[in-house]
Design a protein around this ligand. Structure first.
Ligand SMILES: CC[C@H](C(=O)O)C(=O)SCCNC(=O)CCNC(=O)[C@H](O)C(C)(C)COP(=O)(O)OP(=O)(O)OC[C@H]1O[C@@H](n2cnc3c(N)ncnc32)[C@H](O)[C@@H]1OP(=O)(O)O
Ligand SMILES: [Co+2]
Length: 134
């Protein structure tokens, strides 16, 4: 079922500072910020040879990462995104195997314009998993 790691996501309290740190201190190539109100986040991607790092800042009221940031005010690792060939096949098989798919179970369009789903962190050793169809 699982393909490549598409990205590792880090929630940050100040996206501008995080971009400067990755760009200027770590010398990395960082994309322009994307505001995703439907997801309640603003994101940038740090391009790496074998995967990406997604830096996330809460956007607006009701952001799903606000509570995470309240608990981790300096920021922290938030989720890992695995690629899948067919997100609906993956979803149905995961539900059949007892995993909880977050939201209404219907894929949303992610930052890359592709369908994504999230799996409950409590089902996977305290790790929030995102699946992205590629
Ligand atoms: C899709 C656009 C973009 C992309 O890549 O394309 C993104 O990745 S957007 C990313 C932001 N969106 C999401 O994260 C959507 C899915 N997340 C959620 O629905 C929530 O964050 C949820 C349900 C995982 C947690 O919500 P919340 O923190 O408000 O709930 P609780 O405080 O009740 O948490 C329940 C329980 O889970 C623990 N928790 C929460 N977040 C994480 C996490 N990221 N990793 C590990 N564990 C997490 C939290 O501590 C609670 O544990 P407990 O022991 O019960 O205290
Ligand atoms: Co993500």
């Amino acid at each position: 079922m699982l393909g490549r790691v598409n990205h590792i996501a880090i929630v940050v309290p100040d996206l501008g500072k995080a971009v400067a740190s990755y760009r200027d201190t770590l010398g990395a190539s960082v994309s322009a910020p994307q505001s995703l109100p439907e997801h309640g986040v603003t994101v940038v991607f740090v391009e790496l040879p074998n995967t990406k790092v997604e830096l996330l800042e809460p956007l607006g009221e009701g952001s799903p990462i606000r509570s995470f940031l309240d608990k981790n005010p300096s920021g922290g690792m938030h989720h890992i995104c695995y690629e899948v060939d067919d997100i609906l096949v993956a979803r149905d098989s995961l539900i059949e195997r007892g995993a909880r798919v977050l939201g209404a179970g219907e894929p949303k369009t992610g930052a890359h314009g592709r369908p994504v789903l999230f799996l409950h962190p409590k089902d996977f050793f305290g790790t929030l998993i995102e699946l992205e169809q590629v």
